[in-house]
Design a protein around this ligand. Structure first.
Ligand code: ADP
Length: 442
């Protein structure tokens, strides 16, 4: 609505009033007295309007404003309009907030709104149920003080929104929660807690099943191997055409034994916590042994070089690291043609301590690289089986490295070769000051 400018009317009315009092004053001969009476009337009128305005603002702004004409009418109407607009805006905001809270409440995840410094601002009822929060007592508390699981503490420390952490619910240890913290808005964070108990139960069942079946297969395999060895020791086995099936049988028993061993190792790596404390690994000795084994595997078909920086080391589980690196090296032997070259290097790089196994083999097409560490994933399954691979080697490597806070990087060019790098961001330099822990993190 367009508000008209009241000032011309106000000035005209004031001028008419002043002229009237001036005229009466002059005619009656009491000019000063008449002007004083006029001033008192004007002052009283304005005081009365001020009183009505103040009473309206103080007592109830929900009622209609007092009615008045002229300038005061404009003031009352203007204030009322502004007030109405604010009320509508507030109402809309409240409705928006209510809808936001209702939708967050309807989410199947526990959700907590956190400030940038990790204090809890608001949460939905599932967060209350999963994490045992109390409204409003816990408001403003730091989330780290309420969820005290060590895995959650190190997750907070890492501050990586792309990852999540699985912990038992502080309310009910049978419930497994997957917690993820994502940043949003301006310096705020959203904590999402999902109940993954069923998934966790199935995962545990799968692991147990694989571990049990591998274990059960061990005994019959040992018996079969013993029998095949006995058969092969017999000089006069009978018809000559039994020789080949026997050799094949031995090869398959050998392969199955490797498969069962790898499955058992993998399920141990998945289920058992890493041993602590860990001692510093002598990489020089370990890598020399592994390279010797690889040379025996290669049977002189490849040139295998080793370069080791003796001063760089990592605190870890030597047995686990040995099996991971042997897998990398035996892959290089398996997938590199005769007369190829394999370089093994242990050195300090910009991102941390690094083991690289570089070969001049046939290489791996780029689109296979992200899936290489999946169990039984093979680039060329026929060739891999012929090479005696179990399909579990790189899965084992990945698990071992993650238990050492390390990662695997693969670069490859078809026809040129591949380089597998195990990078340990946390390592030690033996020639550095005592107890100096190096970190390759930027
Ligand atoms: P496998 O027992 O089949 O070797 P791995 O998990 O060790 O299983 O490796 C997975 C697949 O990755 C292999 O089947 C092979 O196709 C590919 N691969 C691994 N290392 C190399 C390498 N150095 N050169 C080429 N391909 C490789």
């Amino acid at each position: 609505m367009l508000i008209s400018n009241p000032w011309p009317a106000v000035i005209a009315r004031s001028a008419a009033g002043a002229a009237f009092f001036l005229f009466v004053g002059l005619v009656s001969g009491y000019l000063l007295e008449v002007i004083a009476v006029g001033a008192v009337i004007l002052l009283s009128y304005n005081l009365l309007q001020l009183y009505r305005l103040e009473a309206w603002l103080r007592l109830s702004r929900k009622r209609r404003p007092p009615r008045a004409g002229g300038l005061w009418g404009n003031v009352f109407d203007g204030l009322d309009r502004r007030h109405q607009r604010q009320r509508v805006r507030r109402y809309r905001l409240v409705r928006l907030l209510r809808r936001f809270r209702e939708s967050v409440d309807a989410m199947p995840d526990g959700t907590i709104v956190l400030t940038g410094s990790g204090e809890m601002d608001w949460w939905n009822h599932l967060a209350t149920r999963y994490l045992g929060l109390h409204w409003p007592q816990d408001r403003g508390q730091r989330i780290a003080n309420l969820i005290r699981h060590p895995d959650f503490a190190s997750y907070l420390e890492r501050g990586d929104p792309s990852s999540a952490v699985k912990i038992p619910s502080p309310q009910d240890s049978r419930r497994t929660l997957e917690i993820r913290i994502v940043p949003y808005g301006q310096d705020q964070q959203l904590l999402l807690a999902r109940d993954v108990s069923e998934l966790h139960r199935l995962e545990t069942m799968r692991r147990d099943f694989v571990a049990n079946i591998s274990h059960e297969l061990r005994t019959p395999l040992t018996v079969l191997r013993g029998m095949s060895e006995q058969l092969s020791e017999i000089d006069d086995l009978g018809p000559a055409d039994l020789e080949r099936p026997l050799t094949l049988m031995e090869q398959q028993i050998e392969r199955m034994t490797r498969l069962v061993d790898d499955l058992l190792l993998l399920s141990r790596l998945e289920t058992e916590a890493p041993a602590t404390p860990r001692s510093l690994v002598n990489f020089s000795n370990m890598l020399e042994d592994i390279v010797e084994e690889a040379r025996a595997m290669s049977g002189g078909a490849h040139v295998i070089n080793l370069i080791v920086d003796d001063d760089v080391t990592v605190a870890g589980d030597e047995e686990e690291l040995r099996s991971a690196f042997l897998n990398l090296l035996s892959n290089a032997v398996k997938y590199t043609e005769r007369d190829g070259r394999i370089d093994v290097r242990w050195f300090e790089a910009a991102g941390g301590a690094c083991l690289t196994v570089a070969d001049t083999g046939r290489g791996i097409p780029l689109h296979h690289l992200p899936r290489l560490t999946e169990r039984f994933y093979r680039v060329d399954s026929g060739r891999a089986s012929r090479n005696g691979g179990t399909g579990l080697g790189l899965a084992i490597v990945k698990h071992v490295l993650s238990r050492h806070s390390a990662r695997l990087e693969v670069t490859s060019e078809v026809g040129e070769g591949s380089t597998f790098s195990a990078i340990f961001p946390v390592y030690e330099r033996l020639d550095a000051a005592p107890n100096a822990l190096q970190t390759g993190e930027p």
